[in-house]
Design a protein around this ligand. Structure first.
Ligand SMILES: *Cc1c(COP(=O)(O)O)cnc(C)c1O
Length: 398
């Protein structure tokens, strides 16, 4: 049922291209087909029964499994150094499957205080309806995390780098603390991608992704993924996704597999662009501050050097004249597009306080560093000079 097992010593650039290859091509096709079928036939009644019971490998019904979706699952599991991956219709479906599929009434959940907006809203606003209590902590500092873990939560849910504040958590230290407390550590690795950070290598229990972002990379499809190593967690997550119908469809999987093949090329360019733009902005008189893990003055730059295999394509900065300055900047950009989402080949800019994080109460936003002047930039693959010129001319309007 699995796609071609890649060779152990292949590097991530090669794996991004080949880890999703099918083991048994029908006509020698190089690109895996889109198995656009809802159901699969059985040769005999006995074979059908054997397939249903799992005695015989093979497919039954696409909500339960599909070869194209399976190829993408294998590719992402391999890139993350995981043992398995389960695809979901969106990143939020993947995150919801982890939270609703693994937590029970009466459980405590510890979550980073700075998360993708809808993740925060689900944890703070939906889980309590099911008797699951959330506790938000600043996980960039291990002290508050350690203290929260004394209350024996079932699960810890984090982003590193955080959206949009670019704070980091030491994943190895957090997983050590979580294990001691008997909690599972789940890391949303959307910002870094497995190309630049592999939380499972640092002993996180599960990784979740919005494939909508850099893994697909072309701002044209939604998707999510959960990756892990423990077979018992696989069974529970797979069951939850299958039964609730939060699955990915084969066409979606094929598009993301296509995007994934250029992951290394895209990230090498976007990461290099991001670091250069961070340096350019830091030196600009109209810019108040810049945060990017690759800058030596990022408070956790050393952790970034140790934990990450690249500094990512995301950065945030504050312009002089606060919210108004940010508004002027965004309204005068000609190349960089004003839009939410991130990780595409095109550069996107947005204002979290009024857009992605508007659902988070103002006081909580300010506490976690999402100030009104914060502008978030997802750096794409355009020519660096064009991006720089665009920012220069728009900043001049402030
Ligand atoms: C976009 C995003 C999500 C949600 O993904 P969707 O595919 O939009 O559901 C979750 N986490 C992070 C960090 C994201 O950027």
């Amino acid at each position: 049922m699995a796609a071609n097992p890649p060779e152990k010593n292949w590097r991530k650039e090669t794996l991004a291209i080949h880890a999703g290859d099918l083991k048994d091509p029908v006509f020698g096709e190089v690109s895996p087909p889109i198995f656009q079928t809802s159901t699969f036939s059985f040769a005999t009644a006995e074979a059908g029964a054997a397939r249903f019971s799992g005695e015989e490998p093979g497919y039954v019904y696409t909500r339960m499994g599909n070869p194209t979706v399976n190829a993408l699952e294998t590719a992402v599991a391999t890139l993350e150094s995981g043992a398995w991956a389960v695809a979901a219709s969106t990143g939020m479906a993947a995150i919801s499957a982890v939270l609703f599929g693994l937590l029970n009434r009466g459980d405590l959940l510890v979550a980073g205080d700075c998360l993708y907006g809808p993740s925060h809203v689900v944890i703070a606003g939906e889980l309590p309806r099911f008797g699951i209590e959330p506790l938000f902590v600043d996980a960039s500092d291990l002290g508050p995390l350690e203290k929260a873990l004394r209350r024996r939560p079932r699960l810890v849910f984090l982003e590193t780098p955080t959206n949009p504040t670019m704070k980091l958590t030491d994943i190895a230290a957090a997983s050590r603390l979580a294990k001691q407390a008997g909690a599972l550590l789940v890391v949303d690795n959307t910002f870094a991608t497995p190309y630049s950070q592999r939380p499972l290598k640092w002993e996180a229990d599960l990784v979740v992704h919005s494939l909508t972002k850099a893994l697909n990379g072309h701002s044209d499809v939604l998707g999510g993924m959960i990756v892990g190593r423990d077979p018992n967690l696989y069974k529970r997550i797979k069951r939850f996704i299958t039964l609730t119908g939060a699955v990915m469809d084969p066409h979606q999987a094929w598009l993301i597999l296509r995007g994934l093949r250029t992951l290394a090329l895209r990230l090498e360019r976007s990461q290099a662009n991001a670091l250069e733009l961070a340096r350019f902005l830091e030196a600009h008189p109209k810019v108040a501050w810049v945060r990017h893990p690759g800058l030596p003055d990022h408070p956790q730059h050393q952790l970034a050097q140790r934990q990450m295999e690249g500094f990512g394509f995301m950065l945030c900065f504050g312009v002089k004249n606060g919210l108004e300055g940010g508004r002027v900047l965004m309204n005068h950009l000609r190349l960089i597009t004003l839009a939410v989402s991130l990780g595409g080949v095109e550069s996107l800019i947005q204002h979290p306080a009024s857009m992605t994080h508007a659902g988070v109460p103002r006081q909580e936003r300010e506490q976690t560093g999402i100030t009104d002047d914060l502008v978030r930039l997802s750096v794409g693959c355009e020519a660096l000079a064009d991006l720089q010129d665009d920012l220069e001319q728009a900043l001049a309007q402030i």
